[in-house]
Design a protein around this ligand. Sequence first.
Ligand code: SAH
Ligand code: MG
Length: 190
Amino acid sequence: MFEDLKEYAILNNVPIIRDGGFEFLSLEIQKHSSSSVLEIGTAIGYSAIRLASIGLNVTTIERNKDMYDLAVKNVDRYNLNDKIELVYQDALDYAPTKTYDLIFIDAAKAQNRKFFERFSPFLNDGGIIIVDNLNFHNLVDQDLSEIKSKNLRSLVRKINEFKEWLKNNPDYITEFTDMGDGMSVSIKRC
Ligand code: SAH
Ligand code: MG
């Protein structure tokens, strides 16, 4: 299952969630009995389709028209129209109309803090916020001086700043994992 989507993603360099990452995500979903998810960053709809396939109701946001159009087609092909709501918009302009058990942040990696702050008010009691790609292909652990590209250095710096901010955020208890490409799981303090 999903092989067609995986193959398309590899051929076109679309950064979809890895198997290990999805496994981790689904274990957290079971642990917290999540039934609804707000996803930031649809791409071709791969993670949304996998989340809907294990029973979640998904709202997913994408700002790139080509990606959004592909996601619409893929969701249709998998007959998941009733489980997945696709939103074509920049997430930083999107105001949710309901609250969710899980917020899955997987969009522009330099904006993690903005997404976290914007969407955390829409988390249900007992809900979790998961942020993907916090190891960023293991560049995050590398010495900054070893990273040649200036843009990449700046991105890695931002990801590290976000991790620090999240660790020190008094409103959430956060755990980090190296599963997939590195993720955080945050639970709101009571
Ligand atoms: N969740 C997907 C992968 C998403 S890749 C999966 O695992 O299958 C990240 C996507 O986020 C890209 O398609 C990019 O266009 C989108 N994105 C980045 N910044 C965004 C923003 N501010 N609003 C909406 N989408 C954004
Ligand atoms: Mg990702």
